[in-house]
Design a binder for this molecule. Structure first.
Ligand SMILES: Cc1cc2nc3c(=O)[nH]c(=O)nc-3n(C[C@H](O)[C@H](O)[C@H](O)COP(=O)(O)O)c2cc1C
Length: 414
């Protein structure tokens, strides 16, 4: 099978069929309005993704609370947002009714920005100190996640991605570092309780067998005591807990997992490597493959970190035939070899949201490829509206103005 056939073949996910193997990664772009609702900028981004031929689109991290959040202009999902979210889903589904839409639900925990919100923590991590969460507060946060799932369902979303990655609250609770003696810490049983109870409660509350539940999981955070390490202070990787975790989520109804590793504020290159460290991408194949090995064949495994594979002309990925480092060729090989079932595009979806559609239409030569410059990440760190500063003039302007304001000189990366 050639790469086009592989990438454009359908796949069953839960009770749905995804039309092809392209997954739009959740990409926070901090452009919600003052109430946390989608703004014109948010609409423009998602309208492009829905026109872009992606079979499964993951709405960027949407916060279940305004009290503790990572971004000033983050999308919010609370009863006050329900009508705006329903309108958003309706509009997007009218563009492409076949595209499946899941929402990535999050709480930032220790990554809440104290400049405009309350930083809370399961156990103070050096550099991320905040108010210690009590049992009752986490119980309340779980109620908010359940409510957010119901709002997503009622708005017409096809499912949720309960976020257990990148060092946000769902991930913080799981870490061996969370060895505080409390309802949600210490033993593995206590640390996994939040996730397992939440999965069960969400499904009961939504009560729709078609509603997808899945998660993007950082299988290894990559620092001592992070999820996937051997003990609260060990730097040694140990997959015992992550494997148990995945199997238990699967047993509780997960129909898909999105592979990822790392924590953007501590081990950024594992999450999204810059252009000098693009070889990090090969680590992701190991973890996606691990998910494939431990999950049932019908559980859909989505791989991450494809930005380095452009048109095959990336000379930084040494020891490979240039033809094999082209994004489509590499991604199709991963699927054919059983390493993953779907291919997640993150930064590439900002660079060119029409990437899958251009493959479908035979217009591959018109695709604009991400250069891993990470200017989008710099926009995020500065709480600016995010988009591709290389290919979208609106964001080039934002980027240049931001750099001037910060007194930074020099050309932006391209
Ligand atoms: C600007 C930006 C926003 C992101 N927002 C999210 C997010 O909301 N949720 C998430 O799980 N990952 C987020 N990520 C990580 C990406 O989804 C993806 O895992 C990572 O960029 C690696 O994949 P790529 O090579 O396809 O970009 C973000 C990354 C960037 C650069």
């Amino acid at each position: 099978m050639d790469y086009k056939q592989t990438l454009l073949s359908p796949i069953k996910i839960g009770n749905f069929t995804a039309a092809n193997r392209f997954f739009a990664q959740p990409m926070e772009c901090t452009d919600a309005d003052a109430d946390g609702n989608p703004s014109d900028l948010t609409y423009a981004r998602y309208e492009n993704l829905f026109k872009g031929g992606f079979a499964l689109i993951d709405l960027e991290a949407i916060t279940i609370t305004g009290e503790s959040r990572g971004r000033k202009n983050q999308l919010e999902i609370m009863p006050k947002n329900a009508a705006a979210i329903a309108k958003f889903v309706r509009t997007l589904k009218a563009i492409n009714p076949k595209a499946l839409f899941v929402f990535q639900l999050t709480h930032a925990g220790e990554l809440s920005n104290p400049a405009f919100s309350r930083r809370v923590t399961v156990k103070n991590l050096p550099g991320y100190e905040g108010d210690l969460l009590s049992d009752e507060e986490v119980d309340r946060i779980m109620d908010e996640f359940v409510l957010a799932s119901q709002i997503a369902h009622d708005a017409g979303a096809d499912g949720i991605d309960m976020k257990f990655c990148h060092g946000y609250l769902g991930n913080q609770i799981l870490r061996p570092y969370n060895d505080r003696k409390w309802k949600y810490g210490g033993s593995w049983g206590n640390r996994s309780r939040f996730a397992y109870d939440l999965y069960e409660r969400i499904q009961k509350a939504v009560n729709d067998p078609n509603f997808l539940i899945g998660s993007k999981v950082s299988l290894w955070e990559g620092f001592p005591g992070g999820f996937g390490s051997a003990s609260p202070d060990s730097p040694v990787m140990d997959m015992t807990e992550p494997i148990d975790f995945i199997k238990n989520l699967e047993a509780r109804g997960a129909s898909y997992f999105v592979e990822t590793i790392g924590n953007p504020t501590i081990t950024i290159s594992y999450v999204e490597a810059d252009r000098d460290h693009e070889y990090m991408t090969f680590m992701h194949a190991y973890f996606a493959n691990l998910l494939k090995k431990i999950c049932k064949p019908e559980t859909v495994i989505i791989g991450s970190h494809f930005a380095p594979f452009r048109d095959g002309k990336n000379t930084r990925l040494g020891a490979m035939n240039p033809r094999d480092t082209a994004l489509f060729a590499y991604a199709a090989k991963c699927i054919q070899d059983g390493v993953m079932d779907m291919v997640g595009l993150g930064r590439q979806s900002l660079a060119d949201p029409l990437t899958p559609q251009k493959l479908i239409d035979g217009k591959e030569n018109e695709i604009k490829y991400c250069s891993s410059c990470l200017n989008c990440l710099e926009l995020m760190i500065q709480q600016e509206h995010i988009g591709c500063a290389t290919f979208n003039k609106r964001y080039t302007k934002t980027f240049v103005e931001m750099r001037k304001r910060l007194g930074k000189v020099g050309a932006m990366h391209t």
